[in-house]
Design a protein around this ligand. Sequence first.
Ligand code: PHE
Ligand code: ZN
Length: 876
Amino acid sequence: SNPQTAANGPSGAPILPDAAREPHEPAIIRRKDYEPFAWRVPEIRLDFDLGLETTRVEATLKVTPNPDAEAAPEIRLDGDGLVLESVAVDGEQRTDWRREGEALIVPLSPGEHVLNVATRIAPSANTQLMGLYASNGMLCTQCEAEGFRRITFFPDRPDVLSVYTVRMEADAGAFPVLLSNGNPVEQGTLEDGRHFAEWHDPWPKPSYLFALVAGDLVARTDRFTTCGGREVELGVWVRSEDLPRTSHAMESLKRSMKWDEETFGREYDLDRFNIVAVGDFNMGAMENKGLNIFNTKYVLADEETATDDDFDAVEGVIGHEYFHNWSGNRVTCRDWFQLSLKEGFTVLRDQLFSQDLHGAAIKRIGDVRVLRAVQFPEDSGPFAHPIRPDSYKEISNFYTATVYNKGAEVIRMMRELAGEAAFRKASDLYFERHDGEAATCEDFVRSMEDGAGLDLAQFRRWYEQAGTPKVTVEQAYAGDAITLTLRQSVPATPGQPDKQPVPIPLKVALFDRESGAHSGETLIVLDKAEQSFTFDGHTSAPILSINRGFTAPVVIEREISRDDLVFLAGNDDDSFARHEAMQELLLAYLLGDENEDAREAIGTAAEAILADDALDHEMRAELLSLPPFAYLAERSEVYDPGAMVVRREGLKTWLGERFADRFASLHDTLEAPAREAGPVGKQARRMRSLALGYVAAADPAKGAPRALAQYREAQGMTERQGALAVLAGLDGPEREEALADFYTRFADNALVIDKWFTLQATALREDVLGEIEQLAQHPSFTMSNPNRVRALYAVMAGNPLAFHDASGAGYRMIADLILELNLKNPQLAARFVPSLGRYRRVEPGRAALMRAELERIAEAGELSRDVSEQVSASLG
Ligand code: PHE
Ligand code: ZN
């Protein structure tokens, strides 16, 4: 319950605590019930008197009837946890307002009005990290999706767009920097050591894009001149000790701005672009107009403290948030069911950005790996939903891999169908048609049709249906022709028992057995339940390479001989397909019956990959990496986690033994290249640490000293973490020395201490669960910082030996965590539910224990909407 609300109610009626006010079963919001809001709010002015304990907010709203909606005799303003001080309309204090739950309803006559609402909030007490909250002594906001209502009463929905003017007043010592959206207008000093700043954002925006930051921050600054000649001042704001780690973020920002001009024709539209790094943040980052707020994890990077992957993640997220300026801010969402309109498109844009900068092959393999390890399980589990959901109880639960990553795949398919040039024309049309609007996924699809000349009538099913389509492939060779018979099925998902076929674009190539080459790629589109495609001119049965580049987010099941897979794993000229062939060999062994021949085929393919001088070391390492545990689990009907770990680790040992000399010599010879700058160094580091892992898997006594040497001589975090990841899984003095050194060396760097927790929680050690229990008691562990919680527990939930400990203690640990965070930080709490929710796929003994923990949560009483929705979906 929230004591702040007790002050409310002009009639003196007591306000019930949250638990009583919130109906036990949260209400279901449905997409089909969308109605435009009765009023427009063309302008809003916000006056903040900022303080950590108490902040006072005066909001001045200009409101006019919405001509596109039915007229209403009152205006309904959302609120959440606000202390209401006063309401005035057109300069007159009013007492005829009423509260409905947390909402404030004010009677209004037709016509234009000025509404004044004064409220108080308590940032320090805000543990949900939604609305205005305190982090390391600074104040910052997070408003997406429904956080603005925790700052002031407002129609907190994305289809109400306003021009914002924001004035902030605060103690100048504690909060020397005052930032908000748009351009700075005025600043000055006040009495009693206070000061103020005023900002104005000329672009109308929904409330979820509002932001302010107040704190003791310093900036790395730079400039960017846009293609249209606008001079933009750029700032990356951090605490002073972090300033040396901001250059990569700044360079990434400039690259993003340039790339969006060149690739999508999108120019920046304000005089300022600021990024602020915040240590306590529920997500990765937020695209607030002109004032992006970031998790420190996606801003700070230098070679000493960040790995190559961290550098790439910073660049990718900076790009993502910057690209939202057009795909999200200039064109926003009509309602939250349209979330994939901005997120799917923006993920695709950030993926293409990274592909262009660093090469498409590795990026595509990595993106597909994430899709399969995270989104596929979501799509086959109890929380499966279409990329455009039909209903929700708590929208925060829908910031999912489905909306983001599958959403990106769906738009990528349209791009594949259209071709690059036509896709660009269509995206230009979309931006032109909907600039300044709150749009829908349907608007996007129509722009794709009109701009690219596509007919997407059937394609719209990708927006409607949940579940990962499965495609089976049969081949028949006769005369000189090969016929592919493809069948698709979209599995039933909760609430969607019957599915219709979707158009599935598949890039294929047919390799000639004699020459080892193919005569070009073809894009075929499977849009029926069953369809045959014939290719002639083949004097012998060719080898099929299908879904090249992963043109469609589907599961392919094909009959193909082991020899043909070995051929493709060694020779396919499409890097993704080559990698895929290797993965198919690995899956066949890891998920099939224990089979010498299957394992031997893996050895033959690995031999060719190790010997292929045309490969760079990063691709070589990709090809030699085992599929993630989560994907193995996903591809099994029902699995035994313990047995699966044994099988996977066993294969690693076998490969390590078989190529012991090769891996040891790679580890030796790549030492110098690993210290080189640029891509060569990155590629070498990747292969070198993988080789180290294989050496250790085959012979821990050889691996440990090698790893310790790599650790000690490491010239940056990539080498250091690579060594420590191997050591963390071993026993002995080398492990203890390196872990202790790592902790003391980086004790004052929160992001690196996160790594220290993660490395230990990832280890596949017998008593890893007990070790994680100990880590939770470590003085550096805290439940108040989401990064720290994830560094230990999200990682633990993905460690099969810890989470799936046969005793059920791992499940209990996660359930306890969910209950502890339930009200403190509901968004973070809810993220842990799906790991328990996958019980149907686990062997029956463990499944019963997992379900029992979900039931324990369900019966625990006052559940947040976030946790409640996830738990009831999981229990089905
Ligand atoms: N819109 C943010 C992004 O993807 C994600 C986010 C959602 C951040 C909700 C905070 C809260 O880019
Ligand atoms: Zn986004």
